[in-house]
Design a protein around this ligand. Sequence first.
Ligand code: SF4
Ligand code: SF4
Ligand code: SF4
Ligand code: FES
Length: 946
Amino acid sequence: MTMHFEQDFGTPASTATSQVTLTVDGIAVTVPEGTSLMHAAALAGISVPKLCATDTLESFGSCRLCLVEIEGRAGTPASCTTPAQDGMVVRTQTERLKTLRRGVMELYISDHPLDCLTCAANGDCELQDMAGAVGLREVRYGNGASHLYDAKDTSNPYFDYDPAKCIVCYRCVRACDEVQGTLALTGAGRGFDTRIAASAGELFFDSECVSCGACVAACPTATLIEKTVVETGQPEHAVTTTCAYCGVGCSLSAEMRGEQVVRMVPVKDGKANRGHACVKGRFAWGYANHPDRIVKPMIRAKTADPWQEVSWDEAIAHAASEFKRIQAKYGRKSVGAIASSRCTNEETWLVQKLVRTAFANNNIDNCARVCHSPTGYGLKQTLGTSAGTQDFDSVTATDVAMVIGANPTDAHPVFGSRLKKRLRQGAKLIVIDPRRIDLVKSPHIKAAHHLALRPGTNVAVLTALAHVIVTEGLADDEFIRARCEAEPYAEWAAFVSAPERSPEATEQQTGVPAADLRAAARLYAKGPNAAIYYGLGVTEHSQGSTAVMAIANLAMATGNVGREGVGVNPLRGQNNVQGSCDMGCFPHELPGYRPVSDAATRAMFEKDWGATLDPEPGLRIPNMIDEAVAGNFKGLYLQGEDILQSDPNTHHMAAGLAAMECVVVQDLFLNESANYAHVFLPGSTFLEKDGTFTNAERRIQRVRKAMPPRAGLADWEVTVKLSGALGAPMPYAHPSEIMDEIARLTPTFAGVSFEKLDALGSIQWPCNDKAPEGTPVMHVDQFVRGKGHFVVTEYVPTEEKVGPRFPLLLTTGRILSQYNVGAQTRRTQNMLWHEEDMLEIHPHDAEQRGVQDGDWVKLASRTGATSLRAKITSRVAPGVVYTTFHHPDTQTNVVTTELSDWATNCPEYKVTAVEVSRSNGPTEWQEHYAELTAESRRVAEVSAAE
Ligand code: SF4
Ligand code: SF4
Ligand code: SF4
Ligand code: FES
C-alpha cells in the first residue's frame, strides 16, 4: 500500500494574478500565468509522471520523466519547467511520450538495487510508483556500477543515507538550500559518478547539517530515510497535531503504526511552518516512550522519605487534603499553582480556574514570568494588546528585518529558515545582539549591520535609534498624526531628540559605534516594510518592559504597524506560552488580560463558575518563593514547569521549595523541582491528549491524541479530579467543552471551537463576530487601544555592575538541539549534539585567565558558583561570557541573580556580573545536588522497570 497523506502537485503554484487558459489532454483549464504545465495538468486532474519535481521546491527539470507534447512545438519539453501559455494544447499521454518515459525509467532502474520487497520504503517510494505508472516491466541494461556498492552513511542518529538508492534528483540538495537554508548538501562528481555529499564529503553527523530532515522528506526513494521507518516499518495512519517544543507551532503529522509513532512529518498546509520542521519537532519525540517516564502517582510525607506508589484516587485525595489542611492552618492565600506553558490551553485554563475557585485566591502564574511577561506589559501599554502583531507569512513581504535579542536559527528554527529565505531574496538584516549569532553571517546571508551592544544596554540603543529617526526627519509623520496620540508622541520625540540620547553620546556606554547605529536606524526607517523580531534578549532584563515599549515606539514612529511585512513580533519561547497568558494564568489578570480588580469581569466569571472570586491580585512566582522562605506560603501545585532548574537564583528557589509543606509536581519525569515534592502526579505528552496550543502568531491549533496517556489520565483529567477533590467540581467530558467555556468567557476567543479549528486548520485570535476566521495582522486601521501610545523610555543601567571581583558579564541562551531545561531533549538522541553546557569565552579573556579550550572553569557571581567547561570563541565580545542552561548538572541558575524587570519581575537572566577562573571540576553545590537527585532517579528507574 502506498500511503500518500498529502497530495503533491509536483511544482509550486504560481501566485500571479493574470490568468491563462489551455487544454491538457482535451480538458480546458485556467491557471495563473507562470503556472507550470505539470501543475496545470494536476489541476485538470491529470497526473504527469515525475521524479525530480515536488511542489515544495522550485522546478529543476533534471529527471526527464515529465515530458509532454505541445501542439505546434517541436520536441518534448519537461512539463515541470515549462510555463503554461494562453491557448496551448498539451498532450501528456501519447505513445511517443510513454516510450520515452519507459526508456528514462529503465536507465534509473538499471542503476538501482532490485530489492523493493525488502526495502524500508516499499509502498512509499516514488521511483517504485513511477516505474509502475510508466508501465516498466523489464530492464534491458545490466546493473550500473556507479552507486550500488557505495557505503551507507548511518552517522546521523535519526536518518540514514544509502547512496546505492540515489537517483540524483537533487531534491535533497534543493530542500536544504531552499527550505532549510543551510546549504549543507552538494552533488559531487559527474554523470553516473555523481553522488550527494554533505559539506565537503563528510559524514552527515560531522557536516554542516542541522538535522532538520527537509532532505529526508524531499527524497523520493529510500536513499534518505528515517531510522524509525527502517526499524518499525511503514506507517498505517496519521494524526495531525502541533509540535510541543517552541513558539513557532509547527503543524506535524504523527504517522503511526498502531499506538507507536513511526515518524513526524511537517504538514505542508501548516500555516506556521509551511511544511518544514526542525530537529526537535521532527525527530526528538522519543522522550514520550523513555524509560524515565513516571507513570504511577507517588506520595511521601517528607522529602527525605522514599516515594510510595499509590493509586490516582489516593494521590489526588492526599494532595487535596494537604492543600485544605494548609489553607485551614495558614490561610486562604497560603497555597497557589504554576501552570505549564507546555500544556494545552484547555489545561492551563483549568489550572487557573482551580486556583480561583477551589483555592479561592489568585496565586497563579506561568513561565511567561521568566520570559515574555514584559512583552505582555509593554505591548499592552503601547499598542493595546499583549501579543505580536503579525503572522509568520508576513516575513515574505519584509524588506528590512531587525532581529533584537533573538537567535531564531537556534531557538525558533523554522521561522529562522523562513527569515533566511526572505534574506536570500534580498531583504536586509539588522542584528542587535551581544553575540555574533549565526544569522550575522551564514551562506548567502550577511547582516547589513550587527550592533554588538554590551548586555544590559538595550534601552539606550533602542532610544538612540529613535533619536536618529526623529532628528533626521525619518519619522512617518502622517501615520503618527492619523494613528497615534499627539501629546505622548510630542513628549517622546522631545525626549529621544535630546543630545544626550544620540548614538555619539551613548556609544561609550553601549559599545555600539555611532556610525553603525545611525546607518541601522536609517535602514530600518526607510524599509519600506521593516519588521522587528525580538526575543528574550530584550525581555529578560531589569528594563525588559521598557525595551519592549521602546521597540513599539520605533515601529509606530516609522509607520511599521498594521500591514503585511512589518510589525512587532515577539518570538515566544515555549509552545503554548502565548496560550497560558491568554488563558489568564497570571495573578493579576483573568483570561483575556482583564484585571482581577474589574468587578464586571469578575461578576461574569462568578456567574458562570458559581464561585466568588478574589478581587486582590495574587502572588507572582518570585513572590511565592519569597513568601515561602518567609514562612507564609506553604503549598504549590506545579504543573509541567521545572522552576528549580529554569528560574534564577537556584539557592533561593531551593530554600523556598524546601520550606513548603505540600509541593505537588505534575510532570513526565521526576524533574529537578520534584526533589522537593511530596506528591508526584504523572503527566501526559502532547501525543497523549486532545486540546489546543497558541503559538507566537496568536495562532490556535489543534493538538490531537495519537496514543492513550501512558499513566491513564491526560493532564486536564488530573486537574479536573484534583479540583473535584478540593470541592470545586469541573464537569467536562472532553477538552472541546473546555474550549466552549473559554469562548463563552473570553471575547478574543468568542468564535473559536474545535469544530471550526478542524474546518479551518488554525485560527489567529481575535476571532469573533467581526473576524469570524481570525486576525492574521493586528492594528490594521486602528490600534486595539484606539490610538497608539508612545512611552518615554529612560535608560536606567542595571544594578548588576561589573567590578574588580566580577569583571565579566554573563548572558544565557539556548541551542538548536536542546530545549529549555532539556527534560525532553535530553532524553533523545539530540544529546549527541550537546552533551553539556559550555561557557563561551573570548580568546582575550581566556588568555588572561590561563584558560584553554575545554578546561573546567569556575563561574562565580555574587549569588553562587558553578563549574563547567570552557569553549574559546570570538562569537562573544571581550568582557562577555555566554552559556546555556539545558543540563541540570551545570546549575547555571545558581549564578543568576534576584534582579528582575521593574514592571513584571521577569528575571534579569541576560546580565550577571561574574568571574571565571580555572577549576578542577564540579563545585561542592553541584556534588551535593547530584547526591540529592540520585535517590529520585533510582526511584524513577524502579518505577519504569515495573
Ligand atoms: S537534514 Fe536539513 S540541514 Fe541536514 S542536509 Fe538535510 S536539509 Fe540540510
Ligand atoms: S538522496 Fe534522494 S533526494 Fe537526494 S538526490 Fe538522491 S534520490 Fe534524490
Ligand atoms: S521550529 Fe519549533 S515548533 Fe517547529 S518543529 Fe522546531 S521546535 Fe517544533
Ligand atoms: S519532474 Fe520534470 S524533469 Fe523531473
